[in-house]
Design a binder for this molecule. Structure first.
Ligand SMILES: O=C(O)c1[nH]c(=O)[nH]c(=O)c1I
Length: 311
């Protein structure tokens, strides 16, 4: 089976990559991702300046996934922009993704201007769905703010741009959001971000799992797979075909990768399972996906991508 993934005018050795926020804070972690079977990588969502983030413990692996309230800790935009600019000079390095998540629209626009004026030749991911900055509601649950943000972004940003979206749970929300997104020349959407503000309770200790926000945090892992698949498929059915889709959420094995691709994803991102297994997870996921494709007689991703059947 050929796992080569095409995404606009880029090709990747596999459709697999990390989810922003996981294994992508430092240049060491990012280099380890490049050395793995991941097709490419995305950097931790950046603010203009360094952010310490929320108090620890702020991430926990759970039997059925994970919960996190990191609070947008990152080294600052320049750190990640320097990294991708240095790496893109190396012809053996695939096209890279750079993520930004300002805590205000003004900060987002400043960062987009900085990137636009740089020589970055990869794709930029505007994170509209961080659920863990205390006092900052998610942009993407405010449809007016989302529309204003996209209009302002495309006024000043001329490189390929994608948006990271939260999960939606109502079909009319898919209709409304897709109608907004279809008005802009987006390169892609990335769906889903963690399911915001879940609450894990440890019965033995009668305590929450993480310190920030009284234990409320974004859910990842197996908990979120059906919601992730629904968002991938709902947007594939509604978005202009020029807007590609990155499927994120709940991938533990090759079958989950296959399901995301079947639902319409062009690339997939792995968060919780990468946190649990490290970058070797991409070797396993690639092998498991290839086995499934071989068993089904598929030779390349286009043979089944987006071809989910209904009853
Ligand atoms: O708490 C975080 O840093 C975080 N955590 C998430 O689960 N999604 C996000 O977009 C972010 I910016």
């Amino acid at each position: 089976a050929d796992l080569t993934a095409s995404f606009h005018d880029h090709t990747f050795q596999t459709p697999l990559m990390n989810a922003s926020g996981v294994y992508c804070y430092t240049t060491e972690e990012l280099d380890n991702l490049l050395a793995s079977k991941a097709g490419t990588l995305v950097t931790k969502s950046a603010t203009i300046n360094y952010r310490a983030g929320n108090p620890e413990p702020r991430y926990r692996n759970l039997a059925l996934g994970s919960i996190n309230s990191m609070g947008l800790p990152n080294e600052g935009l320049a750190y990640y922009l320097d990294y991708v600019l240095k790496k893109q000079a190396d012809p053996t390095v695939p096209t890279l993704f750079l993520s930004v998540a300002g805590i205000s629209m003004a900060e987002d626009l400043d960062m987009l201007s900085t990137i636009d004026q740089s020589d970055f030749n990869g794709l930029t991911e505007l994170n509209l769905s961080c659920p863990n900055v205390p006092g900052k509601p998610q942009v993407a649950y405010d449809f007016e703010a989302t529309e204003k943000m996209l209009a302002a972004a495309f006024e000043r940003f001329h490189k390929p741009l994608g948006v990271k979206l939260p999960p939606y749970f109502d079909l009319t929300q898919f209709d409304i959001v897709a109608q907004i997104l279809n008005q802009y020349p987006l390169a892609y959407i990335n769906t889903i971000n963690s399911i915001g503000n879940g609450l894990y309770i440890d019965v033995d200790s009668e305590t929450v799992a993480i310190k920030p926000k009284g234990g409320f945090g974004g859910l990842g892992g197996a908990y979120v797979l059906p919601t992730a698949l629904a968002n991938v498929h709902a947007f594939r059915q509604r978005l202009n075909p020029e807007i590609a889709i990155i499927g994120t959420g709940g991938i533990e094995n090759g079958a989950d990768v296959f399901a995301h691709l079947l639902a319409g994803a062009d690339l997939v991102q792995v968060g919780t399972q990468l946190m649990k297994d490290g970058p070797d997870v991409f070797t396993r996921l690639a092998a498991e996906l290839a086995d499934i494709m071989n068993a089904k007689g598929y030779h390349k991703l286009a043979d089944f991508k987006g071809k989910l059947k209904t009853l």
